[in-house]
Design a protein around this ligand. Structure first.
Ligand code: GRG
Length: 306
């Protein structure tokens, strides 16, 4: 592992940039979520519980960072990133339900169905998914309405049966089975990778048009880093504590889930994540300083401990 990149990731400059982005998206989410004063109050409370005050906000940070390549207005990238984060929050609420992963801890707090109840958690996910599409369609994110329509389509495809929801279906069907590495990759490119890719491309699309070649470079970067994100998630499940993760560690093995660690072993899985990081960096060749934040995020995603 290149130690130099570790220094970049932990530089105060990156940390300050990330903290500013996290605060910005938190403020936007606060405004976008329905007030807990409005009926139905309990559902609105639960939606805010699921979204606010937690998480690394990696997806909005990717939107900001990719937006820097196209000169996107950060206010627009923040809305696009928030829409993806709302989809992500919905997926976590549903994933934690007893009919799926059945977990009690998320982001260091009781999961939504534990804090509220199962029907409420189901509706929280449903309402958050609708809210994300309201957000991405009712706010002006690009001066060209056609581009904005493409953005809404991208988010829909990334979330649906040929994206995240499809990946989750494959994941549920894989419990207790042994998957090959290509099968694992297919599952995770959908389950985790699709909305990470969407976050980066939506941030990019908030700005001025870039060439098809540049768009493809960002797409490649996002696909590689989305997969790396999942490989690291599998590694952390065996290599980190529940306290550090804010969610139950060791669940994959306990539930008989095929992971990169079960398929390759811990050390090879770590090396694979590093290979993906290096490949992702290469895909940004030619962007120079404009891609600094994307490079730092790639480092963060692979070198993170939580
Ligand atoms: C229910 C349709 C549906 C989909 C669920 C994303 C997902 C699909 C389930 C989450 C389960 C999981 C732990 C996946 C591994 C990768 C992942 C998405 C981890 C959580 O994302 P982080 O680490 O979480 O970005 P924070 O809390 O930081 O936002």
């Amino acid at each position: 592992m290149r130690r130099g990149s570790n220094r970049v990731t932990h530089s105060t400059d990156f940390q300050a940039w990330a903290a500013a982005g996290q605060s910005r998206v938190e403020a936007v989410l606060l405004l976008l979520l329905p007030s807990p004063e409005i009926a139905p109050q309990r559902l609105h409370h639960a939606m805010r519980y699921a979204v606010l005050g937690g998480g690394k906000r990696v997806r909005p940070l990717l939107a900001f960072a990719a937006g820097e390549l196209s000169g996107a207005d950060p206010a627009r990238a923040a809305i696009a990133g928030a829409a993806v984060e709302i989809i992500h929050a919905y997926s976590l609420v549903h994933d934690d339900l007893p009919c799926m992963d059945d977990d009690v801890l998320r982001r260091g707090k009781p999961t939504c169905h534990v804090e509220y109840d199962e029907p409420t958690a189901l509706l929280v996910g449903d309402a958050l998914q609708s809210l994300a599409f309201q957000v991405i369609t009712e706010n002006k994110l690009n001066d060209d309405a056609n581009v904005q329509l493409q953005m809404a389509k991208l988010l829909a495809a990334a979330s649906g049966s040929r994206g995240m929801a499809g990946g989750q279906a494959i994941d549920l069907a894989a419990v207790g089975k042994v998957l090959t590495v290509p099968e694992l990759e297919f599952m995770h490119v959908h389950k985790t990778g699709a909305i990470i890719r969407a976050a980066a491309l939506l941030g990019l699309m908030c700005g001025a048009p870039v060439s098809a070649a540049e768009h493809a470079q960002v797409d490649t970067f996002a696909r590689l880093i989305g997969l790396a994100f999942q490989v690291v998630d599998d590694v952390l499940d065996v290599d980190a504590s529940t306290a550090d993760l804010g969610k139950t560690a060791g669940k994959d093995a306990e539930q008989g889930k095929p992971t990169y660690v079960s398929a390759m072993g811990l050390e090879r899985a770590k090396a694979f994540a590093e290979d993906l990081r290096v490949e992702a960096m290469k895909s940004l060749d030619g962007f120079g300083e404009r891609a600094l934040r994307l490079r730092q995020l790639a480092d963060f995603i692979v070198l993170r401990k939580f």
